[in-house]
Design a protein. Structure first.
Length: 179
């Protein structure tokens, strides 16, 4: 029995990604549960993204079953919605974090304001606002404002990318666990 399991595992390891997906998602009823389990494990080991697989290409027939095409389109739509929402949530979270850091910098400036003649400034990552002096002069450093806006934009993009990738990984493992 152990030799048969070992041969089955070796055979499944030698299959292509499309053959593995066909085995797990299309022709599941034709295989023993042990073989399907090994195929799922091999897919997880190869770290293949299920959303990039075109199930209509996996079908052996020239005309795909309409139900398979419908399921594929629904999965692609759900993946697109989740990816875009996840990116938007990450982008907005990055903007919120960037704004909170700047607010914290401002509050620290107000708390640390010294007597009349001292200059103090705030901004993250570049100090873009300076106030102080004998007459209470204020300066807005426009190049630093632009630089902060650029850094903030890239921070938002990075947060959006990170959250989208995180959601893809979570969804991949949930789908692999449910099938």
């Amino acid at each position: 029995m152990h030799d048969e399991s070992q041969r089955l595992m070796e055979h499944i390891t030698g299959l292509t990604d499309n053959d593995l997906f066909r085995m797990v998602y299309l022709d599941r009823a034709q295989y023993q549960p042990q073989a399907v389990t090994y195929a799922k494990a091999e897919i997880a080991k190869r770290d293949v993204n299920i959303n990039q697989v075109d199930f209509s290409e996996l079908s052996n027939s020239t005309v795909s079953h309409p139900f398979i095409l419908l399921i594929q389109r629904i999965r692609q739509l759900i993946a697109m919605i989740i990816q875009n929402r996840a990116f938007a949530i990450g982008f907005l979270t990055g903007g919120l974090v960037f704004a909170l850091i700047n607010i914290h910098s401002y509050r620290r400036m107000v708390d640390a304001a010294s007597c009349c003649d001292g200059f103090t400034s705030f901004g993250f990552p570049f100090d873009w606002y300076t106030v102080g002096g004998y007459f209470g002069e204020t300066y807005i450093h426009w190049l630093q404002v632009i630089a902060n806006a650029v850094v903030g934009y890239f921070m938002c993009m990075l947060f959006g990318w990170f959250v989208r990738k995180l959601m893809e990984k979570i969804r991949y493992y949930v789908i692999a666990a449910c099938t």
